[in-house]
Design a protein around this ligand. Structure first.
Ligand SMILES: *Cc1c(COP(=O)(O)O)cnc(C)c1O
Length: 372
């Protein structure tokens, strides 16, 4: 990376907003301004008092509306993000044995946490080539199926379909939730961190739980298994019912989630978001398919994520150089996921990203490639 060609993009090739990162992702400037305007009335006040609890309550009802949750589903929140939720699920959602679909860095991580837990049986781990996804395989010994709606590291999405089996369905939806269609009847626990599609900050997890998931949490809580209080899902459920979290949350994160939800619901909710992501993905994949030097990494078009595009480049056209030139022009975070080790760019197409900005981005890449 010592010699980045100095290419200054013409102003017509600079997107209005240059943030295309897959997480933390573009935060709406309007939400930040709205937070600033609260001045002394919100930030720095107690999370056990109405000011903050009203925001938590609005998140819980906003998620219910956005995902059209059945009346008996509950929205549960906790501190620590999806990674923390994996630990909580290991203690409080898996009874004995789980099955995990491993098709990228994130989906594999949950399986690794479970595999290390002395109180659980060895999990079933079903892997597939990077750029594809496996399907769950019903197994009568399995009491939790761990799916991933969108594998952020590879740009692969999978439809959420309940396997024909007993066992609850827990879905890591961290970069899918809010940008992809999902039927609540197909999951028991749909959990995510809000710094991807929801354009907020990290440090929080939100889980949409069916009655079966709530019952599972209660059953394990009442067993003799030791569960650290911080990771207890039962405590999270109890606190969420009071519009609180077990320990202190980041108030700005909560505010930004609420603001994002309001904005999404106002323009049409999940239908709007799904349409917008579909349009964006047509722009990016369509451009790559027509290009002489770029092509979508995921070969099966049905598995191509509408939220995160992974685009490979031919030998001789360095994705790293393109990313570095873009960065020098304030267009940031399109670098590929390192551990995949490909000559690749990764581009977020979350609802906050303007499809017009993606058009401009593809034009900017064409301009750069002509000159390197
Ligand atoms: C980002 C991401 C995570 C990790 O989220 P944290 O908030 O950092 O714990 C987990 N799963 C998926 C699919 C992700 O995209």
């Amino acid at each position: 990376m010592s010699d980045i060609p100095s290419i200054e993009l013409p102003s017509a090739l600079i997107p209005a907003d240059g943030r295309f990162g897959s997480g933390p992702s573009k935060v709406r400037t309007e939400s930040l301004l709205e937070l600033g305007v609260t001045g002394s009335s919100y930030m720095g006040t107690s999370h056990r008092r109405p000011g903050v609890r009203t925001v938590v309550g609005a998140i819980r009802s906003g998620m219910r509306d956005l995902f059209r949750l059945p009346e008996d589903y509950e929205v549960v929140l906790g501190v620590g993000g999806a990674t923390s939720f994996w630990a909580s699920a290991t203690f409080g959602l898996i009874e004995q044995k789980s099955q995990h679909l491993d098709f990228g860095e994130f989906s594999g991580k949950f399986a690794k946490v479970v595999a290390g837990a002395p109180h659980l049986e060895e999990p079933d781990v079903i892997s597939s080539e990077m750029g594809t996804h496996p399907d769950p395989v019903p197994n009568p010994e399995v009491d939790l199926y761990g799916l991933t709606h969108n594998e952020t590291t590879t740009g692969v999405m999978m439809p959420i379909v309940r396997p024909e089996a007993d066992g609850i369905v827990a879905v890591d939806a961290t970069s899918g939730a809010g940008g992809m269609r999902v039927d609540p009847a197909q999951f028991d626990c749909y959990y995510f961190s809000p710094q991807k599609v929801f354009g907020a900050e990290g440090g929080l997890w939100i889980a949409l739980c069916s009655p079966a998931a709530i019952a599972r949490i209660e059953k394990i809580h009442n067993s003799d298994r030791w569960i650290p209080g911080f990771l207890s899902l039962q405590l999270a459920v109890n606190n969420s019912r009071k519009d609180q979290t077990t320990n202190t949350p980041a108030l700005a994160t909560l505010f930004l989630v609420r603001a994002q939800l309001d904005a999404m619901l106002e323009v049409g909710g999940l239908d709007w978001a799904v349409d917008r992501c579909a349009r964006s993905s047509e722009i990016v994949y369509g451009w790559a398919e027509k290009s002489d030097f770029a092509y979508p990494f995921v070969t099966d078009s049905d598995k191509r994520s509408t939220n995160v595009a992974t685009i490979d480049f031919i030998d001789g056209v360095s994705a790293d150089t393109i990313a570095a030139v873009l960065r020098a022009n304030d267009i940031v975070d399109v670098e590929g996921y390192r551990k995949l080790g490909r000559n690749q760019l990764r581009i977020a197409m979350f609802p906050n990203v303007d499809p017009d900005d993606l058009v401009t981005l593809t034009e900017a890449i064409d301009y750069i490639v002509e000159r390197i």
